[in-house]
Ligand binder design. Sequence first.
Ligand SMILES: Nc1ncnc2c1ncn2[C@@H]1O[C@H](COP(=O)(O)OP(=O)(O)OP(=O)(O)O)[C@@H](O)[C@H]1O
Length: 301
Amino acid sequence: MDTTRHTKLLFVLNPISGDVEKDDLEEEIASLCGELKIKYDIYKTTGEEDEKKVKQQLEEKKYDAVYAIGGDGTVNMVAAALIDTSTPLGIIPLGSGNGLSKDLNIPQDTEEAFELIGRHIVRNIDTITLNGQPSIHLCDFGFNALVVKLFSEGETRGPGSYAWIAMQEYLSYEPKRYKIETDTENFEGEAFMVTVANANAFGSNANINPEGILNDGKFEICLIEPFPKAAGIGILYKLYTDSIDSSVYTRTISCTRATIYNLDGEVMHIDGEPANMGEMVEVAIKPRSLKVILPLPEDEE
Ligand SMILES: Nc1ncnc2c1ncn2[C@@H]1O[C@H](COP(=O)(O)OP(=O)(O)OP(=O)(O)O)[C@@H](O)[C@H]1O
């Protein structure tokens, strides 16, 4: 466990994430860092070459930690710059879903999340790569990826528009074909969706991988196999009650490497950002490759 006091921070702030107004945040950061005598810089994302620019800034200046202020896409972009370094990632959840921060028990209230700056522990978590591109949270192919794509193309953000798109697409969605080879088990057939899970639940709180552990050196491939449309409500119920593993329509493969053949060229996303990887996707685990800032365990409060 590392509880080192940080004195120089970089905040990477996404001004558009989650449809959340962030005008007051800079004042809040100034006042908090002033109180704690912390020097800091703020990098505001533009949506263009942010990862490259954040990496450049990290090469030019030394920071004790980098806080991503935004949703899972912002967290993924900042994490990509920090994997395999000694600099930890902090998260101030201000996106539409904030899935990784929920899986890490980071407070969803902005002020409480900011309190982590002065009081936290640092732990290592696994990350995964898909054809070399990092994922920290959840990726998938199929129905949810289609919803993510349509959501990202739409003009409104926030959880309401995501749920609306999902409802509109559900009745007409047809399962797609996949071939999956892993170091533990293989699969070939159709699936409604195929999730590659480092973590547990989507930002919507739908828990696709209830048994997943973020630092066990493994990831899971969670399949929802074809099901009658009428079974959808039961599957949804299990997703929201942490019991999807008990559905007869699901299958979970726990492994350390996999090759996924996306035979119908279905859409996919990585940590909530649409991605295009071609038919063959190589997935590998990078055990304990990212340091993250977490709340103190309750017994140490
Ligand atoms: N200034 C900007 N203008 C337009 N788009 C931006 C800007 N800064 C970042 N982006 C885009 O924002 C997306 C990342 O958003 P992020 O995932 O953090 O929030 P979200 O989608 O609202 O939340 P979540 O992923 O939790 O659902 C990326 O696609 C990135 O390119």
